[in-house]
Design a protein around this ligand. Sequence first.
Ligand SMILES: *Cc1c(COP(=O)(O)O)cnc(C)c1O
Length: 419
Amino acid sequence: MKSSISQQESAQLLADEVAGKFPDAKGRFGPFGGRYVPETLIPALDRLEAGIREHLRSTDFQAELTRELTSWVGRPTALSHAARLSAAWGADVWLKREDLAHTGAHKINNAIGQALLAKRLGAKRIIAETGAGQHGVASAAACARIGLPCTVYMGAVDMERQAPNVGRIKLLGAEVVPVTGGDRTLRAAIDEALRDWVSDPIDTYYLIGSAVGPHPYPWLVRELQSVIGREARAQMLAQAGALPDVVFACVGGGSNAIGSFVPFVGDQSVEIVGVEAGGTSSALGRNAATLVYGRPGVLQGSYSLLLQDADGQIQETESVSAGLDYPGVGPEHSLLLWAGRVRYESATDGEALAALAECSRLEGILPAIESAHAFARAKRWAERHPMKRILITLSGRGDKDMSTLQRTLLGDNGGRAQL
Ligand SMILES: *Cc1c(COP(=O)(O)O)cnc(C)c1O
């Protein structure tokens, strides 16, 4: 594939994106996306796509989903004006509070939506993958809520690193299966979940955790997470009396970001910035900034940007935030980058931790380390654009990160405190 496109091509891609034409009939977002999977998975993906087309937009399903989002997830989540951050940055800062959603992050929007869909499609069991454990917790909670058994695949390395979440998943009634092959982290867990699904694609539903994977998953997850941006846009108009000048969200696989961005892509006055994990440096293997440093290729069923070496080998990644530590990214973000609509930047581990401390101290909100990456770049943006309206999606709360924060900011275990 070409490494760049003409201005005319990017203008056409953007016009099609704003018109809602993606994914197209082949499941592509311009050149990205698609289905790069073994033949045996195609019938299952076709069936899933047909099921989504039948149910997702039906008034019946939407009414049930809205009921669950309202009475169980706690939506709409608040839009908070951040008065003290605004004063400190010389800006007008607004926070979309996904940390207030049930189980502490945006992941529940997707988990409950797909679980309700699985039930309508007649699934008898649900499987999911998890890296840091947050999607495992959300899936286990959603399955308990609707009454379907849940199996969560988790890399053996991650199970050790994220022990409290393993316990939460079990308490919520799900089974955790350790994945001991491959890299023993998220990538291996996704491969294992796909293998399970192929062996019984009728009775089993695979509940994927981000806007990644083969078509129709990136589309389905975007549709379920767009509630974030739709609410935030209406809340900005109601509470601030205007659209934001810029929207920031962090990008791992890209689900909270795509859900935050898509309702704003047609608003020409609104700048959009996605923030990836800059890890410890820009060197290969020392970050997880896929859109900033990656090149096009195929990973886990989809053509998108990814972190790879000169021979096309997938790179190890590094980040202080487990939820951003993934070498791939959802295909719609690659399109938005290619079309020039969204700028993607990275924040280092140190910048994210400093931003987390500032938000906690000034706003009384302890953000997830993932979300803090967005704060770090928003602060830099504010320095160059005084007194502008900034909307930041606060994707989740930071309580889950306490063991990392003990070792870093708080300087326990012999480390040096950074506070
Ligand atoms: C999982 C997670 C992310 C990253 O996932 P996306 O699919 O990129 O949204 C970001 N923030 C929090 C709090 C998470 O739990």
